[in-house]
Design a protein around this ligand. Structure first.
Ligand code: LLP
Length: 425
């Protein structure tokens, strides 16, 4: 059930009209539904109930402290890709011992910080990273728990910018090199080899590539086990897509169905070949936790009727939501209070001085100057990818809980944007 619906002709988030949100907090503003967030997390948690499993939310999708806090309280762990993200987990009251650290370029300082917080595991992506981590852990008198991010070379059939498990990608250790890399890791004194992981891509509509990747990981776990390198967890990454509402779009696999198939495979394998030895299963979902929980609320500044196109100029821009400019992503746009005005076809564009600054193209919209639009399914990779281009303060963020609104990030002011700068004396 969507928590974003029209009541009396006005689009609401749960019990609050988006016009009321705009009146109170201005625009552009990201508006999230707490109920939607909890329901998405519950889809994972319910399927994992009674199993040794951990859902490490990939916080790059949306790292607002209030979101992290709500998820932490449901028992979530976190998949991080920087020291900054770890500090956000800590600030939000999350448990660092449920944190896994992904990414190809971890710095010495980030490794130190993560070891200080005793995180669950480093997902190591290369041999030089193994050596660096071994040295850092040694210098601190610690052993770092590691898994190797293995590149299973499975085609996730998604946009090339968000496919990550193919041979040509910068991520992970090639499948064919994994065994040798594990042998190296097992010999490094300050590393404790605990798991294996992969992440093959994002916005996957079908779980077949994920299940294929799982087969490859299982194969490797068995090979390693035969050599005496026993792994305690397997991390299948994130990647389950959401429905962006584009006409003709294939519906994404339901989380519960995917997890059902995945656990069935894991159970069959454990029963047949793994002697029933326990193995923890870790997930790193981002978009499927937050994607459909938020909208980007924006106001129509002008309608501009050109010779070839009509433009709806709004106060949100590519700096607020990069996905269309970056991936030509199709994002649904809805008038908050369409009324009975006739619809016209518009390109929805922002005020930034770039032709790439568009949010939606060729959309039939019933709007007038001053009306509100909501970009739907904007909860993932929205504010986290926002910039201050054109000295635009980033949008405010609001969480709706029933009929109550909580401002969870206020709008940035221009003075804050240049506060760290100075002129040469
Ligand atoms: N784990 C790792 C190691 C990742 O790199 C990612 C996403 C995830 C988990 C979470 O994937 P998800 O469940 O959200 O698909 N900015 C792009 C998406 C980039 C995804 C990057 N990695 C977009 O807006 O479509």
């Amino acid at each position: 059930m969507s928590q974003f619906a029209y009541h009396n002709g006005v689009l609401h988030a749960e019990g609050v009209s988006l016009s009321a949100v705009a009146e109170q907090f201005g625009t552009p503003t990201y508006v999230y539904s707490k109920a939607a967030l909890l329901a998405n997390f519950a889809a994972y948690a319910d399927a994992c109930r009674g199993r040794d499993a951990l859902v490490c939310y990939a916080m790059k999708a949306n790292s607002n402290l209030a979101i992290l806090d709500l998820l932490a309280r449901q028992g979530a762990g976190f998949d991080i890709v920087s020291g900054g993200e770890l500090l956000r987990v800590v600030a939000a009251g999350g448990d660092p011992r449920k944190v896994i650290f992904s990414g190809v370029g971890k710095t010495v300082d980030e490794m130190r910080l993560a070891l200080d917080h005793d995180i669950l595991c480093f997902n190591v992506e290369s041999i030089p990273e193994l050596h660096r981590l071994n040295e850092v852990a040694g210098s601190m008198g610690k052993r770092a728990r590691i898994s190797l991010r293995v590149n299973p070379n499975v085609d996730p059939k998604t946009h090339p910018y968000i496919a990550t498990g193919l041979k040509a990608n910068k991520f992970g250790v090639a499948f064919d090199d994994a065994l040798a890399t594990y042998r190296t890791a097992a010999q490094l004194p300050h590393l404790e080899v605990t798991g294996i992981d992969c992440h093959i891509g994002s916005q996957l509509l079908d779980d077949a590539p994920l299940l294929e990747a799982l087969d490859r990981l299982i194969e490797l776990i068995d090979t390693l086990g035969a050599e005496g390198i026993v792994l305690h967890h397997l991390d299948i990454g994130g990647g389950i897509g959401i429905n962006y509402g584009e006409a003709g779009e294939a519906p994404p696999v339901a989380v519960a169905d995917y997890l059902g198939r995945l656990f069935a495979k894991v159970d069959a394998w454990r029963a047949a070949r793994h002697n029933g030895a326990p193995i923890k299963v870790i997930f790193e979902p981002g978009r499927s936790i937050v994607g459909n929980t938020g909208v980007l609320l924006t106001k129509v500044e002008f309608l501009k009727h050109g010779e070839e196109k009509n433009f709806c100029v709004v106060d949100a821009a590519m700096n607020d939501m990069m996905r269309p400019a970056l991936y030509q992503a199709w994002m649904d746009m809805q008038a908050v209070a369409p009324g009975s005005k006739p619809a016209q076809t518009y390109d929805v564009v922002g005020p930034i001085c770039e032709s790439g600054d568009w949010l939606a193209r060729d959309r039939a919209l019933a709007v007038e100057q001053g009306d509100l639009l909501a970009m739907m399914q904007a909860g993932a990779y929205g504010l986290t990818m926002a910039s201050n281009y054109n000295t635009r303060g980033r949008a405010a963020e609001v969480i709706v809980d029933g009929d109550v609104c909580h401002l969870v990030r206020r709008r940035e002011t221009p003075a804050e944007l240049y506060a760290l700068e100075s002129v040469i004396k």
